[in-house]
Design a binder for this molecule. Structure first.
Ligand code: MG
Length: 262
């Protein structure tokens, strides 16, 4: 069952999401060659708590840390460690926060120093795929219109989407119905209604779509070792169009959803 949220609930989710966005921006300033992924995790937890939230991932199904940090061929769910980031890496930062029992969830993939042109393009396309999906998140559309738009953007650029992991509804739980796949034909699934809140999260691989989970039972990597990029926003569907609750774009000079062309 899809749980519709009241305006009041969405305002609380907007607060949790604002904390997520602000924390991601803080982490972006700290991401550079030589920093360990554990140091970024510490900064994530400190920032979330300073802003009045609770880390959503720490302890979730026994995940040990605040931040999922996924480097290069790692797709999602990488565990912070003593690994030092290197010039040329691309790094996915995924985090959630809880405020008054409600969740916000977002991710971005960013370069460490200067990265290769193909890596840059992969990140741009994955981000644009997210925005294309968000653009379909409007009242009256069907859920798979989002999925289809994401897949189209990724595949038309020559990349592939991960099918083993998907986006999700979000609210009083981190993962609620419905699942939000990054693939599929348009025009299927439930109609989108005001009060639905979704975490849309394209995972785009430079090579094939196949992934596997490492022996740590969390880290998802591409089977062919190719690079992967991940972007995510928590959005609320409203009569006025999709509201991006986790938007960090408004807080920087970077482009906002809908204005960036891959
Ligand atoms: Mg998510």
């Amino acid at each position: 069952m899809i749980m519709l949220k009241s305006d009041k609930e969405i305002e609380v989710m907007a607060e949790a999401s604002r904390i997520v966005a602000q924390t991601l921006l803080e982490l972006r300033t700290l991401t550079r060659p030589g920093v360990t992924t554990l140091e970024l995790d510490d900064a994530a937890e400190t920032t979330i708590r300073q802003l009045g939230g609770t880390p959503a991932f720490k302890g979730y199904r026994n995940f040990p840390r605040t931040l999922c940090i996924s480097v290069n061929e790692e797709v999602v769910h990488g565990i912070p460690s003593k690994r030092r980031l290197q010039e040329g890496d691309i790094v996915g930062l995924d985090l959630g926060a809880i405020v008054e029992g409600y969740y916000g969830d977002a991710a971005m993939t960013i370069p460490v120093g200067a990265v290769s042109e193909p890596a840059q393009r992969l990140m741009q396309v994955a981000q644009q795929a997210l925005y294309d999906g968000i653009a379909q998140a409007k009242v009256g559309n069907r859920l798979s219109d989002i999925s289809h738009a994401v897949q189209q953007r990724a595949e038309s650029a020559g990349f592939s989407v991960v099918t083993d992991f998907v986006g999700h509804g979000i609210g009083r739980q981190l993962h609620e119905e419905p699942q939000v796949p990054n693939f599929g034909p348009p025009g299927q699934g439930p109609r989108l209604r005001p009060g639905m809140v979704l975490a849309i999260e394209p995972m785009v691989n430079m090579g094939g779509s196949a992934v596997k989970v490492l022996s740590d039972r969390w880290t998802v990597v591409t089977q062919d070792g190719s690079l992967s990029a991940h972007f995510e926003h928590t959005i609320a569907i409203s009569e006025g169009g999709p509201r991006v609750l986790t938007a960090w774009e408004r807080r920087t000079a970077a482009s906002s959803p809908g204005t960036m062309v891959g």
